[in-house]
Design a protein around this ligand. Sequence first.
Ligand code: PLP
Length: 461
Amino acid sequence: MHEALRLAYESSLAFRRGLPDRPVGARATLASLRATLGGPLGDAGQPPAQVIADLVRHADPGLMAEPGPRYFGFVIGGSSDAAVGADWLSSAWDQNSGLYATSPALAVVEETCARWLLELLGLPERCGVGFVTGCQMAHFTCLAAARHELLRRAGWDVEQEGLQGSPRLHVVVGDEVHVTVPRALRFLGLGAGRMVRVPADAQGRMIPSELAKTLQHLDGPTLVCAQVGNVNTGALDDVDSIADACALRNAWLHVDGAFGLWAAAVPGMRGALKGIERADSWATDAHKWLNVPYDSGLAIVKDARAHRAAMTVAAAYLIQQEGDAARDAVDWVPEFSRRARGFPIYAQLRALGRDGVAALIARSCALARRAAEGLAAIPGATVLNEVALNQVLVRFTPPDGGDADAFTKRVVEGVQAEGTCWLSGSTWHGLGVMRVSISGQDTTEDDIDRSVAAIRKVVGH
Ligand SMILES: *Cc1c(COP(=O)(O)O)cnc(C)c1O
């Protein structure tokens, strides 16, 4: 009975136990994965246990040790046992989570998580909260609410009339805006090419005085997108000053806080996020720094009425709750049927508690500073960013003083192949860099030191 599930469970445990010791990068090649995982779909089915056993055997060489302690690529957190356990249950329970009527337990778990999260992040208690797939869809959701409200104020019902013939809506972003914001603008019919860009400083922070100047030249409904946690440097925009500029023009302020918003959960770091509660909407992820498995993002909107108006749907066969009697998820997210992604967040928040969340964020930042110190001590290495959060950008000059871009790229590839840790390259202000992101909950000082030593060896010292 349930042999496939037993195998999946045991294989999951084996994978997770092996994380500290396996090479962090994938070992398989594209061709070998296609050979084992590809091929035609047979006419006859296979026993579920065999399907799972084959999947584990064939996928394993192509897996990255992403939840492991020395994965520093992109900005990708790990996943805790509590969150993964709850994620397994979400699948096993197979709850369609669009309505209270289809999963009363999930509806109450989501409303509870929403309250906990707003408290934890220091945001107003009456915000709308939607549990979406990631920060990309959180932007989409928040910016749909902004579009609704800004055009409503201009006398236009965008949900009914669409954008054809609507008043012009200005969108202002910092020069270092994350690519998911223009992508959300595309989906919303606002045009990625229509963004007005405000210059950013050397760390990638939008310059508030430049924003104020830009806003002076714009008339009509205006949306401003700020960012806390630049995907390269980790730098945080000065939200308080940006909110001042927005208030003068009655602009909607949206904050991309995919990972940086979590700094608000650390009492000692709140200063860096001064004014964060003055924004109108916030997009963040649970699957990054909170260490919840994919896919898990959060769309938070101060004006819950606008949030709901932009998302809700009505059909005769749906059984929705009257008013606020209970939570129907379909009111807060663009999805209809969806998995119960509130359970893993709920489990992780309970497992960590307020102190645990703060400790996780603070520890990652301390480890990033340790990594920066260690890396800076390698001959020829230069750390390019102020380590404000969990990101380190480092660049390597070869011993002969040659091409640092090409050498840094070779170091990144060499480290990926060596296997002690995994990180990726990026370009910062035209310079090739190695980007180190520390967001996994299991990373220790020893993992940082081992990784720095491995990088030093690849550099050749
Ligand atoms: C990761 C990231 C996003 C996109 O988040 P997804 O969860 O991958 O959709 C947006 N903005 C920033 C700053 C990010 O780091």
